[in-house]
Design a protein around this ligand. Structure first.
Ligand code: TMP
Length: 268
């Protein structure tokens, strides 16, 4: 049997040629990196959790008519997605001050913003993904004004949806990053959501305790990253209460989010 062809290897994912033209297989690795790859570790089970959480989020977004690259999950670490031409931008939206905006503009961590703030970063590892303006994006040809508008509008809608989804399970969505791609169909082109949405690309704090449930556990050397991601998956109903993630066993069907109304029900 011929080996499938690798198209691209990123820090946390690998892309392989898909079974049909226009499709790609996205494989979730256990690798965690931070500060532009200066820090690296392999955290067993992270890829499996992100595959499931991202699937859950993409399916939810499809239901509110956000076009995404997600077609279906294939197994514990892989999903079938549409091939897109990635727009070289990381679109970040922030509800509460945390991370780089605190360093850059002096906000106090945890300070809520009057409204969600959208930022664009140019995807270029050699430059450390710098913050860029809409005028730069347009002038340098990374995206045109209509595409910028589409990305902004989708990101705001995704934020509204995710804020509600996470609040329902006792989690505050502080900020997150998304990426978009162009999908071509003959002469037609549309912008669709690509990459992943998982605790690797979001900041998620427990509403009651403020506990960090995202990749900041790794960035800040707090430990317990896969336990935190497992907690997110359990609250969303992706994993059952007493279930742990495993690479070999198929996990139960998604039961839907668990309403977190009091502390007794939160932990095993
Ligand atoms: P920042 O505060 O470090 O700019 O991060 C903002 C959000 O974007 C946060 O939820 C983490 C996410 N993010 C990524 O997904 N990838 C990255 O490379 C960076 C820097 C941030």
């Amino acid at each position: 049997m011929a080996r499938r062809k690798q198209i691209y290897e990123g820090k946390a994912k690998i892309l392989y040629e898909g079974p049909e033209p226009g499709t790609v297989i996205q494989y979730f690795k256990d690798d965690a990196t931070a500060f532009n790859n200066q820090k690296h570790a392999v955290l067993e089970g992270k890829g499996v959790l992100n595959n499931r959480i991202s699937e859950f989020v993409m399916l939810g977004l499809e239901r509110i008519c956000i076009p995404t690259h997600f077609i279906k999950r294939l197994n514990m670490r892989e999903q079938l997605i549409y091939h897109v031409e990635i727009i070289p931008l990381e679109v970040v939206i922030r509800n509460v001050a945390a991370g780089s905006i605190c360093k850059r503009l002096g906000f106090k961590e945890g300070e809520p913003f009057a409204r969600p703030v959208v930022e664009f970063y140019y995807k270029k590892d050699e430059l450390g993904d710098p913050l860029v303006s809409e005028d730069q994006i347009n002038a340098f040809g990374w995206a045109n004004p209509q595409e910028i508008d589409d990305m902004m509008a989708y990101t705001l809608r995704i934020n509204d949806y995710l804020c509600g989804m996470f609040a329902g399970v006792g989690i505050q969505l502080i900020d997150f990053k998304v990426e978009f791609g162009r999908q071509y169909d003959g002469d037609l082109m549309r912008i669709i959501l690509a990459d992943e949405i998982s605790p690797d690309s979001c900041r998620l704090w427990d509403i009651e305790t403020g506990e960090i449930l995202d990749k900041d556990r790794f960035r800040k050397d707090l430990g317990g990253l896969t336990d935190a991601y497992t907690e997110v998956a359990k609250r969303l109903g992706i994993l059952r209460k007493n279930e742990e993630i495993s690479d070999t066993e198929e996990i139960s069907d998604t039961k839907g989010p668990v309403l977190v109304s009091n502390n007794d029900d939160k932990k095993d």
